[in-house]
Structures are given as C-alpha cells and as structure tokens.
Design a protein around this ligand. Structure first.
Ligand SMILES: Cc1cc2nc3c(=O)[nH]c(=O)nc-3n(C[C@H](O)[C@H](O)[C@H](O)COP(=O)(O)OP(=O)(O)OC[C@H]3O[C@@H](n4cnc5c(N)ncnc54)[C@H](O)[C@@H]3O)c2cc1C
Length: 478
C-alpha cells in the first residue's frame, strides 16, 4: 500500500490541484496535511487578517475533503519535523506539494526536499499558483523582466492556457490512527472582535471563490475597464484573497473567461491583464528576493524618509484620521473588511510615502497585518510602485492629490459617506475637502472640524514641494 502526503499550503482547493491529482494517480493512501509553520526565522509570518482568512479556508477545505471521504490532518510545528513524524507514523514514501515563491518558503522547501530525498522519500512539487513560473518567462536577451508590458506580452506570446481538471469525486479514507489537532488550536482568530465586519463580507473557500468568479464574469467584467476605478461600486472581482490562498487558480480564471460570450471584449482583456500584474509581482519577487524589504531601484537606499514625530502621523493614517476623506475612507474600509479598493490603495500609499514622506515599508507592514489578501509579491510591488522605487514604478513626480482623486473617482462622495459617516451631511462639492467648506455649511452638516472629523494632517501643496525636493536628491544620483 503506497502512502503519499499532500502538503497543502497556499493551494487550499481540490480542483486544478496538481499535487493532489498526482498523489491520487500514484498512491493508494493519502494524507492531506496542513502544517502551521512555527518558524521564527520567517520575517513575513502571516498577518492577523490573513490568519482570519486561513481559519475559514482550512475549515472549508476540511469540509470539502470530508464530503469526498477524506479529512484534513492539521499539525503544528517545524514543517520538516512534522513531515518526518507523519512519515514515521504512516510509512509514507512520497510527499507532494505545490510550489511557493517567497524567499523564506523557497529556502525552507529546498531544505525539506533535500533532507527527505536523502532518506529515500520521493518529493514532487508542481505549479498551481501561476500561468507560468518565474523562470519560464525571460527577456529575449535573457534575464528577468522589470517592466510589465513586455512581460505580459511575453506571457501572451507563450499562450494563455486555461485548465479544466475538476476536483476528484472521491478520495481514500485517512486512517483513523492519524491524529489531527483541532483547527481552534492554531488560534488563528483575533482575540478582539475586530474581525466582525469580515464575516458578512467574505464567504471563504473554493466554492465561494468559484461563485465569486462566476458572478463577476456574468456581471461586472464587461464594464471592468471603467468600473475598476470606482471604489463605491463592486466593479472588481474581489478575488485577491481567494487567489492568495489558492482557493482558485489563475488558470481557472483564464478558462472561465475564455468560455464567456465576452471573452475578447475590453473588460475581460483588461481583467486578464490585472491578473497578469499578480504574475509580474511574483516574477519580480522570485528574481529580486530582497525587494520585500529593499527598494528595487537601489538609488533609493539613501532616500531621506522623514522621522515621524512619535509616530503620530502614521497612527492617524492607520486609523483613518488624516483629514483627507478618500484616504480615511480607504483606511477604515481596510480595518473593517480586511480589503481596500486598488485605486484607493494607490491614493493612501501615495499620501503616506510622498506627502508624509514616511518610509513605504511602514505602510507595507500595516497592509501586511490588516489585508486578508496580504501577499508578499503584490504588496511589495504595489508599495514600491507607489513610492517610485520599484519596477515599472510611478514616476517620482506623480503624487496623487487626494482631493482630485476623490472628485474624479468618487464624484458624489458615496464611498466617503459609507466609511466616514460623520461627513454624510456635507454637500458633494465639499465632501473631499471639508476644511474648505464655509462654517455655516459645516454647521448645517453637523461637522465640527477638529472634533467630529480631523483637519488635514499635512498641507498638500507644501508637502508636495518637500517630496519633490527629497526626490531631487535621488535624481542627482543619476
Ligand atoms: C500599495 C498597494 C498594496 C497592494 N497590496 C496587495 C496585496 O498585498 N495583495 C494583493 O493581492 N494585491 C495587492 N495590491 C494590488 C491590488 O490592489 C489588489 O490585488 C486588488 O485591489 C484586489 O482586488 P480585486 O481582487 O477586486 O482585483 P481585480 O481588479 O478584480 O483584479 C483581479 C486580480 O488581479 C490581481 N491584481 C489586480 N491588480 C493588481 C496589482 N496592481 N498588483 C498585483 N496584482 C493585481 C489580483 O490577484 C486580483 O485579485 C496592492 C496594491 C497597492 C497599490
């Protein structure tokens, strides 16, 4: 009887699951395993919002396995030790997993593979997270891409292939002698009730991911090109946490898009391209593993980030109390739901690292802890792009003006009124700049600036000039 361990990590699904499919093909007994990795040497251990998601996702995976006659084995500890323990307990001769691409995970997996292989355990790994793996896409002259458009053209030239392998219809029973720890023992849920807003917003798991994709393809995808910029409407897919945890794969997305009646229209093509940005982020992190902590553009190493006096401005930003309504709305949406609209992510990030001149890494760390889709590759890409120090980055002189951005993308202030209800009564023309409203209008709207809603933490014009000056020190290094 051959026994195989299928080590689930960020591939918490049963369809288009190459590690599981291969294990089923080659072995009679399967041990579906999740390990809560205790490593203290992982500088990017999972943040709080992601842990909330993981709890729901493991539960959904266990339910799905139970429905097929199997179950999820959960263990805690150092992954190599846990795998060796299960190999001893079950006599497993094979371990299968799907590949991950962060520096910590790659180093860990390499060591595990070498150690187990030396003990005659067969270890096989697969691609489940990407259309193409980072080493499969290279510039014609060799080396990785640093600019998105040629990267995406190279992916398209190689072919966008979907994948249809369904989930198995049954799985072998896991021996009752194999013990599992209860999910609750992983203590993934926060102690304070901060996550209450997550539950209504996020059905989690493979089925929920597929439902979300189907609804999006039937609805918003056709208007995605314009709709994706409007934070008050559900114009984007909100698949990011599902993709991060591997509840759905980009191949499945491509497959479903290609079946839709609109497959060659602007909306779906634009959406595909955004999925391409995720691939690009992983491509970059794989080839430039230091970029989660260091600027890709090394001229930024000496950038004069400002020391934030007692962290007060950072705190105001984190709490959605900057006095710029679109920024505060975004930061509060993040806190209450674990997610923020992409347009607003760019605006809040620009305020932090350009107007406030606070190091982008501080923002990246806050996002890491509070986003349910926190992803080392996409987060580093997004922050470095905004700060101007990353691949294909926004030019240093592009400093988002939160008033103009608000007026353009939230003209009636719907998004702001949802997340900053204290400003609800302001007329549209002042909703993005309450400090410019005459006192009788503020009074009529029941807003006392500095009491109900803060005054701006920074002067936009002066801080823009200061930022340009700081950036000119970089320019001089050219
Ligand atoms: C400062 C900053 C930090 C970010 N941090 C993260 C992060 O930690 N995790 C994360 O998944 N995304 C991050 N993004 C990218 C983007 O904001 C989110 O992927 C997107 O908002 C998710 O919403 P959606 O699923 O509705 O996207 P859709 O518009 O529906 O796009 C579909 C999918 O494409 C991918 N995608 C879309 N835009 C981007 C992008 N700019 N970069 C990389 N992938 C993209 C995502 O996987 C997304 O789910 C960040 C962006 C910025 C500016």
């Amino acid at each position: 009887m051959t026994v195989a361990i299928v080590w689930f990590r960020k591939d918490l699904r049963l369809a288009d699951q190459p590690a599981l499919a291969k294990a089923l093909d080659t072995s009679q007994q399967l041990v579906p395993l999740y390990i809560d990795d205790w490593a203290e040497d992982n500088p990017w251990a999972m943040g709080s919002a992601s842990r909330w998601w993981l709890h729901q996702s493991l539960k959904a995976l266990d339910d799905a396995l139970l429905a097929l006659g199997s179950r999820l084995i959960i263990r805690r500890g150092q992954p190599l030790e846990v795998l060796e323990e299960i190999i001893r307990e079950t006599g497993a001769t094979r371990v299968f997993w799907n590949r991950l691409y962060t520096p910590y995970e790659m180093a860990r997996d390499r060591l595990i593979k070498a150690t187990l292989s030396a003990k005659e355990v067969e270890v096989l790994s697969f691609n489940s997270a990407l259309l193409y793996e980072p080493w499969e896409i290279a510039r014609p002259q060799g080396g990785p891409y640093k600019v998105f458009t040629p990267f995406w053209k190279a992916v398209i030239a190689k072919g966008l292939h979907g994948f249809t392998e369904p989930a198995p219809d049954h799985l072998p029973k896991v021996l009752s002698s194999i013990a599992t720890e209860p999910l609750s023992s992983l203590k993934l849920l926060p102690k304070i009730g901060w996550d209450q807003g997550f539950y209504p917003r996020w059905p989690v798991g493979e089925q929920a991911a597929m439902r979300r994709l189907t609804t999006f393809i039937k609805g918003a995808v056709s208007g995605y090109q314009a709709g994706r910029n409007v934070p008050s409407v559900e114009g984007t897919s909100r698949l990011s946490p599902h993709l991060h945890f591997g509840e759905i794969s980009p191949r499945q997305i491509i497959e479903m898009l290609s079946q839709g009646p609109l497959s060659l229209h602007q909306g779906p093509l634009c959406f595909q391209r955004e999925v391409g940005w995720r691939e690009f982020g992983i491509h970059l992190l794989y080839h430039f593993p230091e970029t989660s902590d260091q600027p890709l553009d090394q001229r930024f190493n000496g950038f004069p980030w400002r020391e934030d006096d007692q962290g007060l401005q950072l705190k105001a930003w984190q709490r959605g109390q900057t006095g710029f309504p679109i920024v505060d709305a975004g930061m509060r949406e993040l806190w209450h739901t674990g997610w923020m609209h992409n347009r607003v992510r760019m605006i809040v990030a620009s305020l932090l690292c350009k107007n406030l001149l606070i190091d982008w890494r501080q923002g990246a760390h806050w996002f890491w802890d509070t986003l349910v889709d926190a992803d080392l590759a996409s987060n580093s890409l997004g922050w470095q792009w905004t700060a101007g120090c990353g691949a294909d980055a926004a030019p240093y002189f592009r400093i988002f003006n939160p008033i103009l951005q608000g007026e353009k993308f939230d003209p009636e202030g719907r998004y702001v009124r949802t997340w900053c209800p204290e400003l609800k009564g302001l007329p549209d023309r002042f909703i993005h700049k309450p400090w410019e409203a005459p006192s009788e209008i503020l009074e009529g709207a029941g807003v006392l600036l500095g009491t109900h809603y803060p005054r701006p933490v920074v002067d936009l014009k002066g801080s823009r000039e200061a930022a340009l000056k700081a950036f000119s020190t970089i320019k001089n290094l050219l």
